[in-house]
Design a protein around this ligand. Structure first.
Ligand code: XMP
Length: 194
């Protein structure tokens, strides 16, 4: 505690999780807000007031889900699943860990699976199979981003925010080694223009 009149001690600046050096903004927070609003409108129209179970793929879908669900003015249940794919050199690319909690009640439900990005499609294809196997009434997919050029399995999202080329992107929930998820915009780490 500083005594009255005494100068405040210098604070060590905490490192800011700022935009990575050399990155460029693909979509600003304002553009993302507009896309989320449009998606909410499309989803509300598609379900016509029927109850929806939004299943969020963690961790990437976290920020997108928080914004989207507050615009879904309709009966809504929310659940989460975990998915991680390994891209490092230590593990084979494409190795996939998924966890659908046994307590997630999906039988007879209209499920909307939400993720940050549809890339090769492996994660959402596996999750879709798993959710169907749990007796869901329907399964649809919403992703904020879509990289169709990287698709390895035939899968399309029912609702898509933006289509992008094959560039690695971070921000708004998307990470680079668990960093940058907190950026309010989406930035590209090199590659061609979107
Ligand atoms: P797929 O469709 O390949 O996607 O099964 C698996 C997961 O990979 C992540 N992903 C990315 N993460 N920038 C990221 O930060 C990217 O450009 C990117 N592409 C894919 C994402 O978490 C997705 O759910």
């Amino acid at each position: 505690m500083t005594a009255p009149g005494e100068p405040a001690p210098a604070r060590t600046a905490a490192p800011r999780d700022a935009r990575p050096a050399g990155s460029r903004v693909l979509f600003t927070g304002e553009q993302i807000r507009a896309a989320v609003e449009r998606l909410a409108h499309e989803i509300r129209a598609a379900y016509g007031g029927e109850e929806l179970t939004l299943v969020i793929v963690l961790h990437g879908g976290l920020v997108f889900a928080a914004d989207l669900m507050r615009r879904l003015d309709m009966p809504l249940r929310v659940g989460v699943v975990l998915a991680s794919s390994y891209r490092g050199t230590a593990t084979r690319p494409g190795d996939l860990d998924i966890h659908v909690p046994p307590s997630l009640d999906l039988a007879g439900r209209h499920v909307l699976l939400l993720d940050d990005i549809l890339d090769t499609g492996r994660t959402l294809a596996r999750l879709t199979d798993e959710i169907r196997a749990r007796g869901s009434r329907s399964v649809r997919i919403v992703t904020l981003l879509d990289k169709p050029g990287r698709r390895a399995v035939p899968l399309q999202a029912d609702f898509t925010g933006f289509t992008i080329p094959d560039v690695f992107v971070v921000g708004y929930g998307l990470d680079w080694n668990e960093r940058c998820r907190n950026l309010p915009e989406i930035v590209a780490l090199g590659g061609p223009e979107a």
